[in-house]
Design a protein around this ligand. Sequence first.
Ligand SMILES: [Zn+2]
Ligand SMILES: [Zn+2]
Length: 459
Amino acid sequence: MITDNARALLSTGTICDSCLGRPFADRSFGLTNAERGGALRTTVALADDEDFEPTDPADCWVCEGYCGTFDAIAETIVDELADVDFATYQVGTRVPPLVEENERLLREDAGLEPDVGESMKREMNREVGRRVGALTDTDVDFDRPDVLAVVDLQGFDPFETLESGTVTSHAVDVQINPAFVYGRYRKLERDIPQTEWPCRECGGSGVQLGDDGEVDCEYCGGSGYMYDTSVEQVVRPHVVEAMDGDEGTFHGAGREDVDARMLEEGRPFVLEVKRPHNRDPDPATLEREINDAAEGAVEVEGLRLATYEMVERVKEHDASKHYRADVVFGEPVEEAAFDAALAELEGTTVDQYTPERVDHRRAGLTRERTVYEIDGDLHEPTEAEVRLHGEGGLYVKELISSDNGRTEPSLAGLLETDAKVTALDVTGVEGEHEPFELEEYFRSEPRADRDDELAETAD
Ligand SMILES: [Zn+2]
Ligand SMILES: [Zn+2]
């Protein structure tokens, strides 16, 4: 009988309504534990015709006052998040081991199962979380919240808090999850790496040891980088600043060679911003800022706010590539032979042994890649333009040159002459089976825009 259990719990000593209600947390959905406990206390008093005595959490031997601190904790969390933009949150609590022990003792002394009902940790997370949500008009998200507040109950004295109504900020650790911007980039000039590339001589420090101490690194001229800039360095600072974050990471959907341009529709990427204080920058403004600052070397388009799933999407999604290559032959080539060689390569699956240039440390292996489509124009007997659409991972320079026989078949092999790519452009990166852009990986329109609309309506 529930009143017998409540009576047994009350006989263990002075306990507050929350602690009395928590063993019955699986009953009557919609009540708080404090409401369950208060009702049981009233029921027992009536059944036994005893004077009713309300109990203050400060006197509770189980929670030692913590059940009276929900409001104060929530207010501290909200203060800590004052300059952070978020739509979803989660609250976590570290409960002192002594209090957890009290919870077991309470149930044991009352002859109940040691873990019946709910733990204080769960009640604390829910009650504090509910208050945070109400104060900030945001929603709880147990999966991937924008912000996570972890409360360490040992970080404050509950009795002091019951007196003052405040909790020190030291007891609350606020974590801000990353935010993401998706887009496509074009690289209109050669010799720009996709991501920043620290100087191999000075390791990125920009200095080397001279006779009289540190001097500028000769190799990189003191910049610390192998190249003056990179797509990452063009894009990242603007996104990090717009989102008011700490740092950013560039994730590309594969990468082209440093000396290849990336043209036409561009290549998908995601910029991940750590600890963003603004999750809703206007992508159109951001796009303009990046393109203005890049002065034509790099362009971005189609920027949109994305979910974290988009990182894996751009990194893992199977994509085929379109290329345009300028090719020079060692000996003059006949038009008919050129056309026949391209016809031979179209639709062919090519065996490619890992090229020498790729990575000297990587163990070599032979991979099969398909040339979906290929065509070209022989401009001169020793000069041609070749355009092709190939499976992801196809090494195009080697498909042309044969890479000393490591790629079979190849254009050089079929024509029985040397062939070399002198300029390469990537003209398209597209998902093999479906596009990169899936609506479910994008966030709805930025809040800023909606605020603007509201402001306009209000005027
Ligand atoms: Zn209590
Ligand atoms: Zn250097």
